[in-house]
Design a protein around this ligand. Structure first.
Ligand SMILES: Cc1cc2nc3c(=O)[nH]c(=O)nc-3n(C[C@H](O)[C@H](O)[C@H](O)COP(=O)(O)OP(=O)(O)OC[C@H]3O[C@@H](n4cnc5c(N)ncnc54)[C@H](O)[C@@H]3O)c2cc1C
Length: 539
């Protein structure tokens, strides 16, 4: 102890240190095998080392503490409409793009490429979640841009390139490009039919867009997709941030949002004053075109929330494993063991469900029922996992006691981020209504889901009881009940077939049979909690 200290610092667990987030995650490794992406093992292992490194942990802290600042004008009074990011943001972006989180599903021809990419995204969401937003928008933009083959031909290579180049230059002058999307307006976010922005044809496939967007993340992106009204209805457009002559496109950044979480990322309010853009897809079918992109971003929300639960659980396990209270380590206290085991069940459940949705993307190219299923699994997984994440993160935070609530500890950041995936890309109700729509429009999707749940028939009495129980009626009022019912059934089926029996048993007895309380940590007696915790350990 140094001369001026009044006490020794004891019984504080200290930082978790470096950890390979892939090799220490037994459930993730198993899921990669089951869903046919184990060929990406070396890449995932590298990514796990990077995302769990002390360097990335520090970059994440810096990027969230020194948040982006709006620069509307230069010092001479010229408009520049720019955003200044901390260097940590750029370093994180460069690392993430080098890993291929924004591209792998399209660039790798092997089956399982979407699952492998999802695995990388899951790891990166634990490294720093904010950079996931530009990554997934860039990745998902390809689904919309396929409706404009000439545009994709021109920009596709830059979009998928592993490089990162934030310089404010026209897309044609750069080798790597980032894509964003600006859809939400003040009067209607979920209800995109209320879009007010007007598009006027200029000839030669060019349009001038006038209007505003109320939310627009990463407005410094090289390219962005947006919606505007033409005579034929709402249409989808692609704009360049910087025009070919090097000037800024007619995009005015009004404000940056002061956000509860996701603080490393810049989300803005903008106005278009004759923004130059080209149309993507059929005129008047813009919402359908951007929904193809939203389909992928919704799966990413599910993956991001699953990752958040895993990260929070890891921090809680670390703390409880190193802190003593009342004569034992916290993890040895039966009440704490119950909380941690319950969170571990939630974490692995979220992992399997989100990766199953990603696996449907891979299989949908060659299997019609998987194609139908992917339409249903995106909203199903998004709703269920994103709803569970805030409660799970809050519970994990409490495992750290007061430290969990203090900004120096990572948990406070996770807590502030936790509700976000639930609301963007379609909030809870909207997503559950989408589940109803998918079931009504593609009956094959419902049949495929039922068939997959039934693969676990005979594996657990609670599953058999579930299969004999009629689902809630598909009315709007029941939208959440029905979505939850289907998500629980599919998750239980996945766990019974692929996860260790003690964990699947705990899920079925609590979530299916409802032998459970209202908070985490209410697992009933008779479950094998040490086995569940051993599976979740970062070892
Ligand atoms: C940090 C952040 C970044 C964002 N970045 C972007 C971006 O880059 N680009 C972009 O376009 N948008 C972005 N958004 C916007 C986001 O996608 C929207 O906020 C979201 O889609 C919800 O739209 P809204 O805010 O207009 O809410 P509303 O659509 O008004 O919804 C409000 C509530 O009403 C519910 N509701 C709506 N319709 C129904 C119905 N029929 N029945 C029952 N309930 C209903 C919803 O579920 C929700 O709970 C961002 C938002 C945030 C917070």
């Amino acid at each position: 102890m140094c001369g001026y200290a009044t006490h020794e610092v004891l019984n504080q667990p200290g930082a978790m240190g470096e950890v390979n987030l892939y090799t220490t995650d037994a459930a993730l490794r198993a899921a990669m095998r089951v869903f046919g992406a184990d060929w990406a093992e070396a890449r995932l292992t590298r990514c796990g080392a990077v995302t769990g490194s002390a360097r990335v942990q520090e970059l994440a802290r810096l990027a969230n503490r020194y948040v982006p600042e709006l620069r509307t004008h230069d010092r001479f009074g010229n408009r520049i409409d720019s955003v200044e990011f901390h260097p940590a943001w750029h370093e994180l972006m460069a690392l993430l793009r080098a890993d291929g989180v924004h591209a792998l599903g399209w660039t790798e021809p092997r089956p399982g490429a979407h699952v492998a990419r999802a695995g990388l995204a899951y790891l990166w969401a634990q490294g720093e979640a904010g950079v996931g937003c530009p990554a997934v928008m860039t990745f998902a933009s390809v689904a919309a841009l396929r409706h404009a083959p000439d545009v994709l031909g021109r920009f596709g290579e830059g979009i998928l390139s592993p490089g990162y180049d934030p310089r404010p230059l026209p897309p044609g002058a750069k080798k790597s490009l980032g894509v964003a999307m600006a859809l939400t307006e003040k009067q209607g976010g979920s209800d995109l039919r209320q879009t007010q922005t007007e598009a006027v044809a200029l000839g030669g496939g060019q349009y001038a867009l006038t209007g505003h967007k109320w939310f627009f993340s990463v407005p410094t992106s090289d390219l962005f997709l947006t919606l505007a009204r033409t005579g034929a209805g709402i249409s989808c457009f692609l704009a360049q941030g910087w025009r070919d002559d090097g000037s800024r496109n007619l995009l005015l950044l009004q404000r940056l949002k002061e956000k509860c979480g996701n603080r490393s990322n810049a989300s803005s309010e903008v106005e278009f004053r004759g923004l130059e853009a080209v149309r993507v897809g059929e005129e008047g079918r813009g919402i359908a075109t951007v929904l193809e992109m939203a389909h992928l971003t919704r799966i990413e929300c599910a993956l991001g929330s699953a990752a958040l639960i895993r990260q929070a659980l890891g921090l809680a396990l670390h703390h409880a494993g190193h802190r003593n209270a009342f004569g034992k380590r916290l993890i040895e206290q039966p009440a704490m063991e119950n909380v941690l085991a319950d969170l571990a069940v939630e974490s692995e459940a979220a992992l399997w469900l989100s990766l199953r949705a990603a696996a449907a993307l891979d299989a949908s190219e060659r299997d019609d029922s998987e194609r139908a299923l992917t339409r249903l699994l995106a909203p199903l997984a998004k709703y269920f996992i994103c709803k569970r994440a805030p409660a799970a993160v809050a519970e994990a935070l409490e495992c750290l006691g007061g430290n969990g609530f203090i900004e120096d500890h990572v948990m406070a950041r996770l807590y502030r981020d936790a509700p976000l995936n639930g609301l963007w890309e379609g909030s809870g109700n909207v997503i559950c209504l989408d589940v109803l729509r998918a079931l009504a429009r593609e009956p094959e999707a419902g049949r495929a889901l039922q068939a997959e749940i039934a693969l676990a028939r005979g594996l657990h009495p609670d599953m058999d009881h579930f299969l004999a129980t009629p689902p809630p009626d598909p009315t709007e009022q029941n939208a959440r009940r029905l979505t939850e019912h289907l998500a629980l059934g599919l998750t239980a089926s996945l766990l019974l077939r692929h996860a260790p029996p003690p964990l699947a048993d705990a899920f079925c007895r609590t979530r299916l049979r409802r032998d459970y309380g209202l908070a985490f940590g209410t697992l009933p007696p008779g479950l094998r909690l040490p086995d569940i915790l051993a599976r979740a350990a970062l070892a």
